[in-house]
Design a protein around this ligand. Structure first.
Ligand SMILES: *Cc1c(COP(=O)(O)O)cnc(C)c1O
Length: 390
């Protein structure tokens, strides 16, 4: 994967300078701005602002922070450029998912598996979804580009299917942010990210992102967000913008380490002893790098053009091992979520009751690969010794 060239849309220059037009005075770093309201100028006619005549992507002035504010506007400009579309930020990933539901208000939604929280969002959306907030459209397929097993789905396959039926494809690309994958290239109609994961990257903010393909769609999303009140917090927008500056350094590094770890662990799959990993612990390792080509000829490497997903899962031989492992490590932190600079590990059934209790998910951070391997090697040895059990 290292031979792959990074997609031109994500470059360090764009991440660092993509919002230069909004910089103030002599400031090098953007200021934190927490004002909720903005001083109004005295105008000739005092006619209220007409949203129709105003470009909220490039506001000449801000009015109230539920509509726009400087730092989130800057973050949206960077996100638009790196995702190849028109980005809108929200209070959380689920707030963005809800906004996608309001936008399309589909008659039917096809979804299988994926983030358990979104199933709740769908279940809790008002039955008066006909309320004319969004454009009505017949069907939406909602696909997570990476499955719970942390393998890759074929975006083009789902895009062709839903488009043939006149529907739309929303791709949740949280697990494969740019530069790893660009879902618009494969037919997605709208792209969703939980920015709480890789875009935020430091386990310290909640945010969601929808990326639309046209300025018109963006404007509709903006109107909905303003009246649903699901704006990202001002402090969070500052943390987000700050984190975006290093996305091109963090994600490829996390991706390479994840591939290294997954391949190493896979050599102990089937209960084999390997390189200090004791026999009888690892049953399977699931990662896109180990997926290979499927029966239809789909190879995940084509769509994951910038590297493999930095989160993967392992299936242990015993639920007890899966319970103990996250708590037996020094560098991996037992915690849910993913995408931060610190490696995280969790027994999935502890947060998703539908998950098999032997399933363990690992989000690889930016620590050194050899340290992560030694940590896992030692922990595996510890959990197979019965006397050390809690
Ligand atoms: C975390 C996550 C979400 C929800 O995002 P929040 O920011 O926690 O609301 C949605 N989809 C996927 C794939 C996620 O991992």
């Amino acid at each position: 994967m290292t031979s792959k060239t990074m997609h031109q849309r994500l470059t360090g220059t764009v991440l660092v300078h993509g919002d230069d037009e909004f910089a103030h005075g002599s400031e090098v770093a953007p200021s934190i701005s927490v004002t909720s309201t903005f001083r109004a100028p005295l105008t000739e006619d005092n006619i209220p602002l007409n949203p129709e005549d105003f470009d909220f992507r490039n506001p000449t002035r801000h009015v109230y922070s539920r509509c726009t504010q400087n730092v989130s506007t800057r973050a949206e400009h960077v996100l638009s450029k790196i995702n190849g579309g028109y980005a809108m930020t929200y209070a959380s990933g689920l707030a963005a998912s809800y906004a996608a539901l309001v936008y399309f208000h589909p008659k039917r939604i096809a979804i299988s598996g994926g983030y358990h929280g979104f199933h709740n969002t769908i279940a809790k959306r008002p039955s008066t979804q006909q309320a004319k907030l969004g454009e009505s459209c017949c069907s939406v397929i909602y696909v997570e580009t990476i499955t719970e097993r942390l393998e890759t789905r074929d975006i083009k396959f789902y895009a062709d299917k839903v488009h043939a039926a006149g529907g739309k494809l929303v791709v949740d690309s949280t697990f494969a942010p740019p530069p790893l994958q660009y879902p618009f290239k494969w037919g997605a109609d709208m792209v969703l990210h939980s920015g709480s994961k890789y875009f935020g990257g430091h386990s310290d903010l909640l945010c969601g992102v929808l990326v639309a393909q046209t300025g018109e769609e963006w404007k509709t999303l903006w109107t909905h967000r303003t009246f649903l009140g699901s704006m990202m917090g001002s402090l969070e927008s500052w943390l987000l913008l700050r984190s975006l500056r290093t996305l091109h350094l963090r994600v490829p590094r996390q991706s390479e380490s994840a591939e290294g770890l997954a391949r190493w662990l896979s050599l102990a799959a089937g209960g084999k002893a390997y390189d200090g990993i004791p026999a009888g612990v690892i049953d399977k390792v699931w990662h896109s790098s180990l997926q290979g080509t499927d029966g239809r000829g789909f190879n995940p490497e084509v769509q994951l053009e910038g590297g493999w997903n930095p989160t993967f899962s392992i299936f242990l031989t015993d639920p007890e091992y899966a319970r103990l492992l996250p708590h037996s490590l020094k560098y991996f932190i037992p915690a849910t979520s993913l995408g931060g600079v610190e490696s995280l590990i969790e027994q999935r059934s502890s947060v998703d009751p539908t998950a098999d209790p032997r399933l363990v998910r690992i989000s690889v951070g930016v620590e050194d690969l050899e340290d992560l391997k030694s940590d896992l090697r030692r922990a595996f040895q510890e959990i197979v010794r019965p006397q050390t059990r809690l």
